[in-house]
Design a protein around this ligand. Structure first.
Ligand SMILES: Nc1ncnc2c1ncn2[C@@H]1O[C@H](COP(=O)(O)OP(=O)(O)OP(=O)(O)O)[C@@H](O)[C@H]1O
Ligand SMILES: [Mg+2]
Length: 369
């Protein structure tokens, strides 16, 4: 039997847990033509969710999925959009005739791995801008709603002037729903909430949170049961208390536990501790590297969070950790958030649960050493 836990790639099919409300909300927004801004810290399941929405709406929409991490210039964004739009047509000549009539681009067909296109826009002209209207043209031509997902959208903000051009085009696309997905909250918030940003108020906001405990628990119990591995209710509770129901880290831990359980026939609390310790020790080198690149104040603030301090700004806490003032906590937090090490979802959290565990073990409880 295949390991029922998945990590490091989007989850699909019956491995996708819950998110029913988010799915319904997203589908409703998309079908009513609204743009959506979806964010969460890293590895919470944004890409999985959006792929699931696309899958469920496949009869009603034409999806275009763009990974903005892979984009290195404004022209390349246009090239990627053009490529993806052309690919939705069965016949290439038909697609070119219907959509590229007034667009100056060089298009080559590649047949190495099935049919693929290479699209190039001149770096010396503005012709790339015309390609940004292709999703709308596609929707008009095929008489079907087009959904453009811009995954990790915040990455596009680094290209000079691009957001402004995008906004001026996208706001006229009434047959296209855009889904802007992002994991850097401070950047996404600036893009969509700052009055001076071109994308101010451009769509409905959605924040993705942890997977609800009961759903995760039911999935884990069933997965172990199917693998004929004994696991008690309270051991699953223990796993979820350690991972705080974080989608990725829970799956990562359960993935290893499942293999261990397969050889032993069952999983106990001690096994959970052991597997977690092994995982953290495998990651230790990367944690040390990260730690070495932090300032003393940033380290202190991380230790405060890992220790579960309730009020990071109280005079008493600040004294206990040898910090100078609330403003030094504030500026350390700001940097940690920019580096994605800490996320703020109501309270401050260390994004990587294993890093948090390592800090606790090493600097607070000192158990490992
Ligand atoms: N609905 C879900 N059911 C089960 N596991 C999930 C779910 N959503 C996310 N996960 C777990 O989290 C991992 C990351 O999911 P995904 O890549 O969709 O997240 P993401 O927010 O897009 O991450 P990134 O910030 O790296 O782009 C998955 O590999 C899986 O382990
Ligand atoms: Mg993703």
């Amino acid at each position: 039997m295949e390991n029922p836990f998945v990590f490091g790639e989007p989850v699909r099919g019956d491995k996708f847990i819950n998110r029913k409300r988010e799915l319904e909300r997203l589908k409703a927004y998309i079908l009513s033509g609204r743009n959506v801004i979806l964010y969460s810290p890293r590895r919470f399941g944004k890409t999985s969710l959006i792929l699931k929405v696309i899958e469920e709406l496949r009869d009603d929409i034409i999806p275009i999925f763009i990974d903005c991490y892979a984009i290195t210039s404004r022209e390349e964004l246009a090239e990627e959009i053009t490529r993806k739009v052309l690919k939705t047509y069965g016949s290439f000549s038909e697609a070119v005739k219907r959509l590229l009539a007034n667009i100056q681009a060089s298009v080559t067909i590649k047949t190495e791995y099935g049919i693929n296109f290479e699209v190039k826009f001149s770096r010396k002209s503005e012709s790339w801008k015309d390609a940004l209207d292709l999703p709308q043209k596609l929707a008009e031509d095929r008489k079907k709603r087009v959904v453009v997902v811009l995954d990790e959208f915040q990455e596009l903000s680094k290209f000079e002037g691009l957001l402004k051009v995008l906004r001026s085009k996208l706001q006229l696309h009434d047959k296209v729903s855009y889904v802007f997905v992002g994991s850097k909250r401070h950047l996404m918030e600036w893009i969509f909430r700052a009055k001076e940003s071109p994308f101010y108020n451009f769509g409905a906001h959605m924040v993705l949170r942890e997977i609800p405990k009961e759903d995760f628990k039911a999935y884990i119990m069933k997965a172990f049961e199917m693998g004929e591995i004994g696991i008690k209710d309270d051991v699953v509770d223990y796993i979820l208390s350690l991972t705080k129901c974080h989608p990725y880290y829970t799956q990562r831990l359960c993935f290893e536990l499942w293999y261990l359980g397969k050889t032993k026939g069952g999983v106990e609390k001690d096994d959970v501790d052991k597997v977690l310790r092994d995982l953290v020790s495998d990651l230790e080198n990367s944690f040390i590297l990260l730690w070495e690149n932090l300032t003393p104040n940033q380290r202190k603030v991380l230790i405060m969070i890992a220790a579960g301090e309730k009020d990071l700004f109280s005079g008493e806490t600040i004294r206990r950790y040898n910090l100078r003032s609330p403003s030094s906590v504030q500026s350390a937090l700001k940097k940690l958030i920019e580096k994605d090490i800490v996320s703020k979802n109501g309270t401050y959290k260390i994004s990587d649960i294993f890093l948090e565990y390592w800090i606790r073990e090493r600097f607070i409880e000192g158990k490992l050493y």
